[in-house]
Design a protein around this ligand. Structure first.
Ligand code: NAD
Length: 378
């Protein structure tokens, strides 16, 4: 193996590709060399502007001289394309959410293990320095036992809701609306910091008059963790401001506030002996910047880490099993919305064993509040 990884891109025309490209542009250990896309125009643009050797046939792409593949396609395609890449013997990093059902995640885990390649989900929230700081200080006891949390992600993605043909936020191709698309970031990050979810309750809302194949654009999810923490996750794709995130964690010995819009994204109150300032708020210096910088920074670290795992033959610390747990919380939230009550992980596992988790995505529109009828967007 050389001292850098040659990557090919599946979904070379994807919108998120530009942030991976920007985040890794000064990384000598990563070279993006080729791309595959079913859209000839997008492929031609990727060839022109990103200097990717273009492939319009998957089998030919998989035979080109690459070590690893980055999969940047609609959610319902993640499973088949990750398996195809693994079977071709290439390492694979695939965008979030891992897949639309737990059964698809299982197939991906089995196939990638069998192929003996490195496999990681591109969950950039796990690689954002602000989140890594929070994970570290919570683990070291800076705020004691966490009992309360609040998180928020807001984006304005209305254009994706109005076209029924766009795959984004659809039940069939997206795996649901904003809970699947944005919520999964929060769930994966919170599971990492707080451990296993015990139960959830979720409310789904359409604030935009989107076609019936589109899921919710706004949701509130209440999560109860086995560690004793209760957390609310508020997410929306119709809030009118640039993309942002916030997380707040309160523990028995202190508090952390985090806001992606702040230059110093974390404010912490702690009396821990190792705290920089004891008994008063302080904001450590952390690599960060409001959108789009935090995309570039987190994706840059994520891709660098995956390349490092390949070059140094290490198993990625962020495992596919953990990414699957993020999808499990998405499906638990949806199941609770259908049940209209708090629903436990054990109940989700019953559905998994009996009907299969695809069944949860059916009929979600009926339990989604049609709040657009009360709103004036003109
Ligand atoms: N981490 C983040 O914050 C973040 C942000 C945006 C998107 N994403 C994720 O990135 C992925 C792609 O999303 P996007 O918004 O960039 O999508 P997109 O619709 O902009 O791009 C998808 C690309 O895949 C191509 N494609 C579709 N079907 C294909 C097939 N069968 N074979 C090959 N190419 C195919 C399309 O032509 C298009 O170029 C999704 O998983 C999404 O959730 C992550």
């Amino acid at each position: 193996m050389s001292d850098f990884v040659k990557f090919g891109i599946i979904g070379a025309g994807s919108a998120v590709w530009r942030y991976h490209k920007l985040g890794t542009k000064n990384n000598p250990r990563i070279k993006f060399v080729s791309g595959y896309d079913i859209d000839e125009n997008k492929l031609a643009k990727a060839a022109k502007y990103s200097k990717l050797e273009p492939f319009s046939k998957l089998d030919e792409f998989l035979k080109n001289d690459i070590d690893a593949v980055m999969v940047l396609v609609p959610h319902y395609l993640h499973k088949d394309l990750v398996i195809a890449v693994a079977e071709a013997g290439k390492h694979v990093i695939c965008e979030k959410p891992m897949a639309t059902t737990l059964e698809e995640c299982d197939e991906m885990i089995t196939a990638t293990k069998k192929a003996g390649i490195k496999f990681m989900i591109a969950e950039n929230h796990r690689f954002l320095p602000a989140h890594q700081f929070i994970k570290d200080v919570v683990q070291r006891g800076f705020i004691g036992d966490v009992f309360l949390g609040r998180t928020y992600e807001g984006a304005y993605a209305a254009s994706q809701f109005f076209s029924a043909d766009d795959w984004g936020f659809t039940y069939t191709k997206g795996g649901g609306g904003v809970v699947s698309d944005q919520g999964v970031h929060k769930f994966t990050m919170l599971n990492w910091i707080l451990g296993e979810v015990d139960s959830a309750q979720c409310w789904l809302s359409k604030t935009l008059k989107s076609p019936p194949n589109k899921g919710e654009d706004t949701a509130i999810i209440l999560l109860r963790y086995k560690c004793g923490a209760t957390v609310t996750v508020d997410i929306s794709s119709s809030t009118v401001h640039p993309l942002t995130n916030k997380t707040e964690l309160h523990g028995t010995k202190g508090t952390i506030f985090e806001d992606h819009d702040w230059e110093r994204p974390v404010k912490i109150f702690s009396s821990h002996p190792e705290a920089e300032v004891k008994g008063a708020y302080y904001s450590p210096e952390i690599e960060h910047g409001p959108f789009p910088d935090y995309y570039k920074i987190s994706m840059g670290h994520e891709d660098a880490y995956f390349a490092e795992c390949i070059l140094e033959d290490k198993k990625p610390e962020f495992t596919p099993e953990e990414a699957r747990q993020g999808v499990a919380v998405v499906l638990l939230a949806y199941l609770s919305a259908k049940n209209g009550r708090m629903t436990s992980m054990d109940e989700l596992m019953e559905v998994y064993k009996k009907e299969g988790t695809r069944s949860i995505l059916q009929g979600l529109g009926e339990v989604t509040q049609k709040n657009y009828e009360k709103l004036n967007w003109d």
